[in-house]
Design a protein around this ligand. Structure first.
Ligand code: NAI
Length: 337
């Protein structure tokens, strides 16, 4: 139904698709010293579309930058200390935000709200002041709330453009592909799954019926697979036993989404991938942010695709998703108001 080139491969593409497209792809990572930030910075250094990397954290970013800067790719790398946020954001086209605390066993993503809401709000304020035209990719949890927090903060500053704000839900897509491949005994390449809704437990809705292998999974096997996709993050949190949540697979997913956005900004056509954006799809239900397939283009969000056909069980999952998602979004908005 859609061109799914965006999520097919991590192998980054540097081909120029439009002579009018910008080639200044300076990317900032805010939270670059963390469990996600470090490997994400490394993967972005390896992306030929990134011309310059700005690494910022309240601790450790200059060290990470010095280390990553020795990798033999063309981009330049600079590290910034706690009091250098404005300098880090100067001239930046894309800002990726993995700053904030991760989960410990027994915690939900919403339990992170109290700490991460203000971190994300303050970083969004700085972006509004120093890089008001930047595209912002939010990784910090709870994504269902932190994205509305960033939107409301930018709105207050008078610089909000819904085409340039994205909640990164790519890890759910990556997990859906990997887990389905294991169940269906095929390769992940054959398991391109659209995951819609939000990014936490029951708000994660994988549309398995839209994939040839996924369609064949039914009954208890389907229930188990959906549960694993929705709560896959818990497997990592438990296995790390207090040392945090997904970092390496998240860095992979974050680099993959960043590359998809850069390809769109660079003029490549047909780059389509799920992401959590300001969306009218469920506006009639009072929900104004939603993850679905989005075409990425030279201005960011080019087109929000409808969900397509859903199976009866997916309709049920969507029904469970919507009220929870609405609550999460309202909590984010209320925080800024
Ligand atoms: P971490 O604790 O290893 O790293 C977080 C980093 O943020 C630290 O280096 C810390 O110094 C930095 N930081 C804190 N306040 C900051 C500020 N005001 N400005 C700049 N940097 C700041 O945590 P980890 O594992 O890297 O996770 C980061 C976030 O990503 C968490 O909120 C986690 O829940 C979320 N996450 C999101 C996923 C997704 O799919 N969207 C998946 C996995 C984690």
């Amino acid at each position: 139904m859609f061109s799914r080139a965006a999520t097919r491969s991590l192998a980054p593409s540097a081909r120029q698709f439009s002579s009018s497209a910008s080639r200044n792809f300076k990317v900032a990572v805010l939270g670059a010293g963390g469990g996600i930030g470090q490997p994400l910075s490394l993967l972005l250094k390896n992306d030929p579309l990134v011309t310059s990397l700005s690494l910022y954290d309240i601790r450790g970013a200059p060290g990470v930058a010095a280390d990553v800067s020795h990798v033999d790719t063309a981009s330049e790398v600079n590290g910034y200390a706690a009091d250098q946020l404005d300098a880090a954001l100067k001239g930046v086209k894309v800002v990726v935000i993995p700053a904030g605390v991760p989960r410990k066993p027994g915690m939900t993503r919403d339990d992170l709200f109290n700490t991460n809401a203000s971190i994300v709000r303050d970083l969004a304020s700085a972006v509004a002041a120093s890089a008001p035209d930047a595209h912002i990719l939010v990784i910090s949890n709870p994504v269902n709330s932190t994205v509305p927090i960033v939107a409301a903060t930018l709105e207050k500053a008078g610089v909000f453009d819904p085409k340039r704000l994205f909640g990164v839900t790519t890890l759910d897509v990556v997990r859906a592909s990997r887990f389905l491949a294991a169940v269906g005994d095929v390769t992940p390449k054959e398991c391109d799954i659209t995951v819609v809704g939000g990014h936490s437990g029951p708000t994660i809705v994988p549309l398995l019926s839209q994939n040839a292998t996924g369609k064949g999974i039914t009954g208890e096997a389907l229930d188990k697979l959906v549960h694993r996709i929705q709560f896959g993050g818990d497997e990592v949190v438990q296995a790390k036993d207090g040392a945090g949540s997904a970092t390496l697979s998240m860095a992979y997913a974050g680099a993959k989404f960043t590359n998809a956005l850069l390809r769109g900004l660079n003029g490549e056509k047909g780059v389509v991938t799920p992401t959590f954006v300001k969306s009218d799809l469920f506006a009639d239900k009072g929900i104004d942010f939603f993850s679905s397939n989005v075409e990425l283009g030279v201005n960011g969000v080019e087109k929000i695709h409808p969900l397509g056909e859903l199976s009866a069980s997916e309709e049920k999952l969507l029904e469970a998703c919507l009220p929870e998602l609405k609550k999460n979004i309202e909590k984010g908005k209320a925080f800024v108001a």
